[in-house]
Design a protein. Structure first.
Length: 96
């Protein structure tokens, strides 16, 4: 398993837009071959802070996600809504 956390800070005016775009990306991503999990989380303390948790069964499946139309649409749609560049942190699964 490979997992990535993506830390995102969104401009206050675009919080709801960002959530809608992430829900659409989530709905498509969970149908991808090899997807094990795709969570969209919002900070309880800072409504402009989000974390995306993506888990795939292999590095190939994770890489394939970046080539999907829905990922490209999400990436391009949310780009101007970011308060700062997003930060992806890759992990290798230990358990399960």
């Amino acid at each position: 398993m490979v997992a990535t956390t993506v830390m995102v800070k969104v401009k206050q005016a675009h919080i709801n837009d960002f959530i809608r775009a992430c829900v659409m990306n989530h709905e498509h991503s969970i149908c991808e071959p090899g997807n094990m999990r795709f969570d969209v989380l919002q900070s309880a303390d800072d409504p402009t802070a989000f974390m995306l948790y993506e888990a795939y069964n292999s590095p190939l499946s994770a890489a394939a996600h970046k080539k999907t139309a829905h990922y490209a649409a999400w990436r391009d749609t949310v780009a101007d809504w970011m308060a700062e560049p997003r930060k992806g942190i890759p992990y290798t699964g230990i358990k399960p």
